[in-house]
Write a protein that binds this ligand. Structure first.
Ligand code: ADP
Ligand code: MG
Length: 448
């Protein structure tokens, strides 16, 4: 087996075991440099990737290599030219800065950055390790590591915090750099205003002098062709000049409907990193830090209680703390039972009843379709899959009967519903992307 074939075989196996985002992030642009005397040297694009492969994937890489060639005794990684340090700072407590104050007042007009979002107060756990490390690397040498950096994940999981941290960190190191943060909606409305006022040229030249451009929630560009067109040009211009672009979205580029192909492939050209759900330990750590910041002392029991009840949204964790804070500030102390009853409302809200209607709406929205389109008798691929997903969720999450499900989608036969459910169920076994999409839809449903 040549070393090229060997590496291809390894990649093929690894691809089956990790998410597509992780795969493309860590294994794109890797190859076997040398294979000699039982030692394999794998070439990776930079030292950041090197560290990551050594720490996270060495075991599996070695195992697969061994299974293909028993002579192999050792794996090493060699990085390309980029030298990067990845480290994590200890969280610090912000002195005399009331985090519950009026953060809007402090937002910088030029950059749109909120100084409250920093790496120092961003807690890292297994669920956000990758995007955090990538963001840190990007902030260390903007324009030269991963361009663009594309971070995605569900609501309230820290995308905005992370993106803004990059901007704040870059400015801390190089105050003269031009950093601009904006939501994709803001970007769109600037564009629309410029077109109306015939000031497009001014706007364009403004964007082209930026060093770090951060666009949040890029999924809202879906379907806005004119804005995408303009963004594409801005993107290319900045990219060619080695300027950093950072993007966030609630889903991977592939899953954003009505995104022009060339913009999609631009997004996929850099690093794609996803934020998952925080594990229990990290949830407690976040609560601890946030209560320190807010100067409120809470017992371990209360923190554990909140972390057990709220699992999928960091913003909601903070919401629970804020609820307690209000009482605390009024001079009331409370014990565990009292805290529980204070939190009752907050904790019930996220589990609002899921209904078939909500599922159908969420699925339609996710795939950028009208609710009604799902009930049409169309056999178009763009509709068939979303419809199957919706049927699957009605069955899986609501335990609806198959005849009921068929009925819900324009009076289809129950066998169609069964087929849909089984099809998705089967595909879920090995389709990572589908898994991800369904997870994101579920999250949209529960936060609707
Ligand atoms: P998103 O943009 O993904 O919806 P945000 O970045 O707005 O989420 O995060 C929601 C809230 O949770 C913010 O107040 C943010 O500071 C906080 N938060 C999210 N992730 C973390 C983290 N890892 N450490 C500390 N706070 C976090
Ligand atoms: Mg956000």
């Amino acid at each position: 087996m040549t070393k090229e074939d060997l590496w291809q075989a390894v990649l093929a196996q690894i691809q089956l075991t990790i998410s597509p985002a992780n795969f493309s992030t860590w294994f794109k642009n890797t190859c076997v440099l040398t294979l000699k005397d039982g030692q394999v040297i794998i070439s990776v694009p930079n030292s950041f990737a090197k560290e990551w492969l050594e720490q996270k994937y060495n075991k599996i890489i070695f195992k697969i290599l061994r299974s293909l060639d028993v002579e192999i005794k050792e794996v090493k990684y060699a990085a390309g030219e980029q030298k990067l340090k990845v480290f994590r700072k200890e969280p610090i407590v912000l002195e005399g800065d009331d985090q519950l104050g009026f953060p809007e007042l402090k937002i910088n007009k030029e950059t749109n950055l909120n100084p409250r979002y920093t790496f120092e107060n961003f807690i890292v756990g297994p669920f956000n390790e990758l995007p955090q490390a990538a963001a840190w690397a990007v902030a260390e040498s903007p324009g030269y590591v991963y361009n663009p950096l594309f971070v995605y994940g569900g609501v309230g999981l820290g995308k905005t915090h992370l993106l803004q941290s990059i901007g704040n960190e870059v400015l801390k190191k190089s105050p003269n750099k031009k950093v601009k943060y904006l939501s994709s909606e803001k970007f769109t409305s600037e564009m629309v205003a410029a077109i109306k006022n015939h000031s497009m040229e001014i706007l364009k030249s403004k964007y082209r002098t930026i060093d770090v451009l951060i666009i949040d929630d890029v999924q809202f560009l879906a379907g806005k062709e004119k804005t995408q067109e303009e963004f594409f040009h801005t993107f290319n211009h900045l990219y060619e000049k080695n300027k950093q672009i950072v993007i966030s979205s609630d889903r991977p580029p592939k899953a954003i409907p009505a995104l022009t192909e060339r913009l999609r492939s631009r997004f996929e050209g850099g690093m794609i990193a996803d934020i998952g759900y925080p594990d229990f330990e990290t949830r407690v750590a976040i609560l601890k830090q946030k209560s320190q910041e807010r100067k409120i002392e809470l017992s371990e029991e209360i923190l554990t209680f909140i972390a057990t009840k709220i699992q999928r949204n960091i913003r909601e964790l903070e919401g629970a703390l804020n609820r307690l804070l209000v009482h605390y500030k009024l001079g009331n102390s409370f014990n565990f039972e009292e805290a529980k009853s204070l939190l009752k409302k907050t904790l019930i809200a996220p589990t609002k009843a899921i209904t078939p209607k909500k599922i159908i709406q969420a699925v339609a929205e996710f795939y950028d379709l009208k609710d009604k389109a799902l009930s049409a008798s169309s056999r178009k691929r763009e509709i068939v899959k979303p419809r199957q997903v919706a049927m699957f969720l009605l069955r899986e999450d609501l335990k609806c009967s198959f005849p009921f499900i068929g009925q819900k989608f324009g009076g289809k036969d129950h066998t169609t519903a069964i087929h849909s459910y089984e099809k998705i169920n089967k595909n879920l076994e090995n389709d990572e992307r589908l898994k991800e999409e369904i997870e994101l839809i579920r999250q949209a449903i529960s936060s609707a």
